[in-house]
Design a protein around this ligand. Structure first.
Ligand SMILES: *Cc1c(COP(=O)(O)O)cnc(C)c1O
Length: 390
């Protein structure tokens, strides 16, 4: 059976070049970067080279990159670390209602620990309004955290405009850029961010490694205590094979970005147009144009997203409903609900996220099998029967 992986926002495979780059650091180059002997020096060199590569992808200076165990840890460090380091100036934080749970739950944690948090609403297309951010700012505001690209619906937020506002008011600005780094151009100065989260396994690197960009001069309180690694911001012996892999993945993503983004946008548009043409009573979720090249998210009326996923899986197609982190729970996505999509419609949602190995033929195959799946599920759906007999 044909296998089509359309869940690249959940994770991506490690590219062969990345694995190749990592292997020596799992074998002969096993040294600890903090050791002074030749083994340690070799490791240290690889660590700093990876740092340069990751910094290069986002227009940062190497010393502004702090490696972490992934996007989740970087979001926690950015939000909780900033809050505690700057609590003397104020205890108010602004974020959005459509953040990834790593950011959302960090903000919830602060809410339970004496901070005030504003969770901004979004438009029906999933966009944060800059004027809402401006209106939420008080004398107490110390941090604004708004994601660059939403992981479920792929909308690209007006980060540059929010960055300008934050700079004007002297407020620290964090963006979770896990879904934009390596997919669309990301430059920390252009965006005007002080803190930026990235993750390796979303760009064909290994899992369990990511980074937080920390602009020089930004106050942040470490969340782990121990050795002096990562300029004391994130102690613990470095995950060197992972970091080297992340560095290689970042380098390749930067080189291929322009061409790959254009290719994926063509495939995405073919998928979106094909689904909307072939299937009745379906909507595209998220903005049609302010959207990353790799994301399509649909709601099919009168059917359950989970049933669609199971049927797709039987045809070798891997997609997801909402984000991987909330699948398994029966609650509809907090992102779709925040966009004002009714519960029953949100329940019929499927996210398809494209990647490097997807081809034109993959999209043809999806467009061939999906209409039949929806038709069959609707034929069994009491909701659809009731609607049809009305
Ligand atoms: C995947 C993801 C994360 C979490 O990153 P991990 O490296 O898996 O911890 C955070 N934010 C967004 C937007 C993501 O898509």
């Amino acid at each position: 059976m044909r296998k089509v992986y359309l869940d690249h926002s959940a994770t991506t495979p490690v590219r062969p070049e990345v694995l190749e780059a990592m292997l020596p650091y799992l074998k002969e180059n096993f040294g600890n970067p903090s050791s002074i002997h030749s083994f340690g020096r070799e490791a240290k060199k690889a660590l700093e080279e990876a740092r340069e590569r990751v910094a290069g992808l986002i227009g940062a200076r190497p010393e502004e990159i702090t490696f972490t165990s992934g996007g989740t840890e970087a979001d926690n460090l950015a939000i909780i670390g900033t809050a505690y380091a700057n609590a003397d100036k104020g205890r108010h934080i602004i974020t959005s209602s459509i953040e990834h749970h790593a950011a959302l739950d960090s903000a919830q944690f602060l809410l339970r620990h004496g901070f005030k948090v504003t969770f901004l609403p979004v438009t029906p297309e999933g966009l944060v309004r800059v004027e809402d951010v401006a209106a939420a700012i008080t004398d107490e505001t110390i941090l604004i955290s708004i994601m660059h690209v939403n992981n479920e619906v792929g909308t690209i937020q007006p980060i540059k405009e929010i960055g300008r506002l934050a700079r004007e008011k002297g407020i620290i600005f964090h963006t979770d850029a896990v879904q934009s780094v390596g997919k669309i151009p990301v430059n920390v100065d252009d965006l005007g961010v002080d803190l930026l989260t990235a993750s390796s396994h979303k760009i064909y690197g290994p899992k369990g490694v990511g980074c937080l960009y920390i602009r020089k001069g930004t106050r942040i309180q470490p969340q782990l205590h121990g050795g002096g690694q990562e300029r004391k911001r994130r102690p613990g012996t470095e995950n060197l094979p992972g970091i080297v892999g992340f560095g290689k993945a970042a380098e390749l993503a930067g080189k291929e970005l322009e061409e790959e983004a254009a290719r994926l946008a063509r495939l995405r548009d073919k998928l979106i147009d094909g689904v909307l043409e072939r299937i009745p009573e379906v909507q595209l979720n998220g903005h049609r144009t302010l959207r990353v090249p790799h994301n399509a998210n649909f709601s099919f009326r009168y059917v359950e997203g989970e049933s669609i996923l199971l049927s797709l899986d039987m045809h070798g197609i891997a997609a997801s409903s909402g984000s991987a982190c909330t699948s398994g729970s029966l609650d509809p996505s907090h992102v779709l609900l925040a966009m004002g999509i009714p519960h029953e419609v949100a329940h019929g949602s499927v996210r398809m996220t494209l990647g490097k190995d997807n081809t034109e033929e993959d999209i043809d195959y999806v467009l061939e099998v999906l209409p039949g799946i929806i038709e069959r599920l609707r034929a069994m759906s009491p909701l659809y029967q009731r609607r049809a007999s009305n």
